[in-house]
Write a protein that binds this ligand. Sequence first.
Ligand code: SF4
Ligand code: SF4
Length: 163
Amino acid sequence: MKKLFIDYDKCLSCKNCDAKCSYFLHPENDGITSLREEIAFLLACRRCEDHPCINVCPTTALKREEGINKRSRFLCISCKSCYLACPFGTILPEIIPYIIGRCDLCLGRLKENEIPLCVETEKCDAIKFLEESEIEDNENIYKIGENLIVKCFSYIETYGLKK
Ligand code: SF4
Ligand code: SF4
């Protein structure tokens, strides 16, 4: 079964994602934005013990749960303080918007031979819809759930940082 594939290392260099979203509640690309946030906290975050991002948050929107930072979208006011506090550039300003919609990976919404709109509209070749066997470079590949595959350099895996 085909899955969404995101090359997050490519995504990192892009400030203005062209990807559109077909989910009727967030057609302005909030789907991919939500996935970029999830990937950043899961794979790019260094999981600092003193977590300046969490300490600086004025609304307690950022918390660490089971070793991974999570942002409460109902508490976050998108002040971007966490973006300024992170010494590693993990939190990009564009991935913490005030209003965000969750990506549903187009599950159950695609007809045969259709591809997600984000894959069709994105111009950097960072988002693909493919079979796992079609991934050519197997370095730094991670599965998030059943239907998302990510390519991302992970400091946690590479340097054995605290999980
Ligand atoms: S952007 Fe949101 S999560 Fe980040 S510091 Fe501000 S309120 Fe907290
Ligand atoms: S400061 Fe940056 S790297 Fe450290 S825990 Fe927060 S998001 Fe992760």
